[in-house]
Design a protein around this ligand. Sequence first.
Ligand code: GLN
Length: 313
Amino acid sequence: IAEMDRGGMQDRVDGIAHRARSRLGTGKLADYIPALADQDPNRFGIAVCTNDGRVYAAGDAQEVFSIQSISKVFLLALALRACGGELWSRVGLNPSGMPFNSLSQLEAEQGKPRNPFINAGAIVVADHLVSAFATPAQHIQDVARRLSGNPSILIDRRVLESEWQHRSRNAATAYLMKSFGNIANEVDDVLYAYFACCSLGMSCVDLARALNFLASAGYARCADEQFVTPALARKINSILFTCGMYDAAGDFAYRVGLPAKSGVGGGIVAVVPGKLSVCVWSPLLDASGNSVAAQYALELLSNELASNGTTPA
Ligand code: GLN
């Protein structure tokens, strides 16, 4: 990025936003809860945060959306900070090859989820945080505010209420794991913490800033703190690379080649270690639950950085 002038980066982001608009209209809105089914499908935003703290944004980059599974990155980073590697006796580290809300492997594998970025895995991580913090949801909201430098970030109560009313599948997942002894706390408390994190409302700018620590060897610039060690940032990026895009992780790795995490609100955060973090948002999803236009924008960005000599990953 150093060689790239700032105007150059803004031009690239503007150009990508322009080209990615051609993919609007493809895919479908998340409809597992009513609160996400009424989003405007034509929204598109992109924000790049370079490791010097500059933000380059285009489109609806300041619009707040439901971060959903992107929260699994915050959950994991906090759990690893609080409990270290003991988490890995309860959650695996391999791609599942199954949809993010699948129950089928859990029975066969004695309630141990394949990885922390599918629902089952994130629910186990949330259980850790319920054990570690008196008010885990509040704690994660505070962390999101601190890391992004935006004190007005909130848990969206309407989304949280909708998640809670339609919790059957996640509740079944949590109870099945509890039956195998892999959930220590009350299922309702764990689910509440998990849903509250999914229900955080953040913009592309907020998320690109908040997760820039993964590009900056663990250093969170907005908070001016070493949020995780360089070694831990590298490990989290590895899990993002292999498991961050659900059952499409391999396709995405081939197309884009960056550690990334998506959410069914239509957001995807990706990391170019040592260079930048980026968040793209557009609500229409493919069959795996990943935003169609956001994936395309990240493919364009990755190609541009590679042709500029800024090799991704
Ligand atoms: N709240 C969603 C769920 O629990 C999160 C899933 C996602 O974004 N993929 O199903």
